[in-house]
Design a protein around this ligand. Sequence first.
Ligand code: GCO
Ligand code: MG
Length: 402
Amino acid sequence: MKITKAAVNTTSPGRNFVTLKVETDEGIYGLGDGTLNGRELAVASYLTEHVIPCIVGRDPFETEDIWQYLYRGAYWRRGPVTMSAIAAVDVALWDIKGKALGTPVYNLLGGKSRDGVLVYGHANGKDTETALEDVARHVEQGFKAVRVQSGIPGIKTTYGIAKGAGRYEPAERGLPSEAEWSTEHYLRHAPKLFEKVRERFGEELHLLHDCHHRLTPIEAARLGKELESFHLFWMEDPTTAELQEGFKVIREHTTTPIAVGEVFSSVWDAHDLIRNQWIDYLRMTIVHGGGFTALKKAADFAAMYHVRTGFHGATDLSPVTMAAALHFDTAIHNFGIQELMPHNEETDAVFPHQYYFKDGMMYPGDGPGLGVDLDEKLAAKYEYQRAYLPVNRKLDGTLTDW
Ligand code: GCO
Ligand code: MG
């Protein structure tokens, strides 16, 4: 089999997505997601200008060699743009392999290791009471695991809270908006929020929380310690992770489990975190981490240190990545949990898919390949629109991590 053609599709059914379609001389095609929130066209151009010319004519079954060719062959390594582009190719090729062999991708990754994939949903609210109501809604929908975020008294805006009645969606069209932050206010509020959640929902529900890289290691250690009695499934992105040793400080003070990695693009970003057992869950997902070929190795390495996966699954990861993640989650041994932030109806229509949610679990479907398609005619109706994530400032105006 030979790759005859590959093309990038950009569409914006509510938010932007970059999809690579790889075609072959046998009429089989595969899809890969290359979406990088707020920097979409950089990946699209990397693919069109620099990657596609190198893969036409190649055998799509040679996923390992093509991955190495694109990674080592570029000389310049890592980074989210490069790794998302490589992932788009890699995932499309695994989709082709599955379709050519007539089997779901999970069978190529080891076969089923579990019946279903435990997912967590996002509950949020402008204050504690509204957040609690949203947790109740998730429980009614069957979720067994819920991430809880709420507005913080004393600051106008914060991460993870829906504006108005709609769902929370971080990217916005136009130039970046500005959000406000105060660690002091947050640290006073978060333990009280979880006390209320446990009081109302009991011990059984898995609870998660995202600090979104806003604390210093010692502040995160304080939060982890104060949350200990509420038995969180995890505390996510407690601090920025460029300094991997920062997590050692957190670990020395608290048994609250730690998840990190949604902004990582290589296992090398997590090398010290994993081998020193400073984290419990790795969030780097298929699209930003270089595809199945890279993630399989990263997950196997993590497994040796009792680190499990907890893949990023926000709406900026397209249904192609959701499908890919679900195949991966189904097959690997050290799966932990999968994030689920459902796409809007327009997006689901542009990307018809087999995966589904039932009783707090997700299932990838059993058709050949990834089980997700791209309706190109419909996609063409939604033109790309520049969008950005917000930036964040402390109350005195200092720019800080969003
Ligand atoms: C999460 C994430 C997202 C990110 C978004 C950025 O845990 O789901 O933190 O909400 O902010 O994916 O593009
Ligand atoms: Mg996060």
